[in-house]
Design a protein around this ligand. Structure first.
Ligand code: G3H
Length: 192
């Protein structure tokens, strides 16, 4: 059966500091994940060849760097743009933009960061990626949590209210497989 692999980037320096967005490098733990990823892919998929799609941000490119497959970067796979909140902690967002913080908790799918994007915006910019995924075989995507929530929701038919709350853990490879009954997801976590 047809399947797609996907993973978030390994832990980044910004993840360690609890900061939104940015374009930071991987942390030492994230580097360990990038080093462990090739063997994990082989364990699950054997010698199958892949094309790896990353975002244009350092943390996904570094995460894919040890994978010995063809790689392509897509801007459409970049993380949700947090606009003015980029580089802040959630606590700072709450202090500096309290109304926006509460608007986001009321409707996380529709909320658009000032100067940035909403989850709906991300769903729209992913349309060409999804179209291409439907046509291609043997694709592995290394991207970001918000983006992977949107891709996952498209294939597993998760509604917009639940989409922004799906947990896509770090250091976990996810495999979507199409069976006679629909699309199934399996997760393979590494203890790093
Ligand atoms: O760094 C941002 C995450 O990938 C998504 O965070 O749950 O605030 O949308 P969020």
């Amino acid at each position: 059966p047809r399947s797609i692999l996907f993973s978030r980037h390994g832990e980044s320096m910004y993840n360690q500091l609890g900061l939104l967005g940015g374009d930071s490098e991987l942390s030492p733990n994230g580097v360990k994940y990038s080093e462990a990823l090739p063997a994990l892919v082989k364990r699950i998929m054997g010698d199958q060849d892949f094309t790896v799609w990353t975002s244009t941000l350092k943390r996904t490119i570094q995460t894919a760097s040890k994978l010995d497959y063809k790689k392509v970067q897509f801007k459409a796979l970049d993380e949700i743009n947090a606009g003015l909140c980029d580089g802040m902690t959630y606590k700072q967002v709450k202090q500096k933009f309290p109304e926006e913080y509460s608007m986001r908790s009321q409707n996380k799918f529709e909320f658009r960061y000032r100067g940035g994007e909403s989850y709906r915006d991300v769903v729209l910019r992913l349309e060409p990626i999804i179209m291409e995924l439907e046509r291609q075989q043997n694709i592995m995507i290394v991207s970001h949590q918000a983006v992977l929530r949107c891709i996952y929701s498209y294939f597993l038919e998760v509604c917009p209210e639940e989409l922004p709350y799906i947990k896509i853990p770090l250091h976990t490879l996810m495999k979507l497989t199409w069976t006679a009954y629909g699309c199934e997801a399996q997760m393979y976590s590494l203890d790093i």
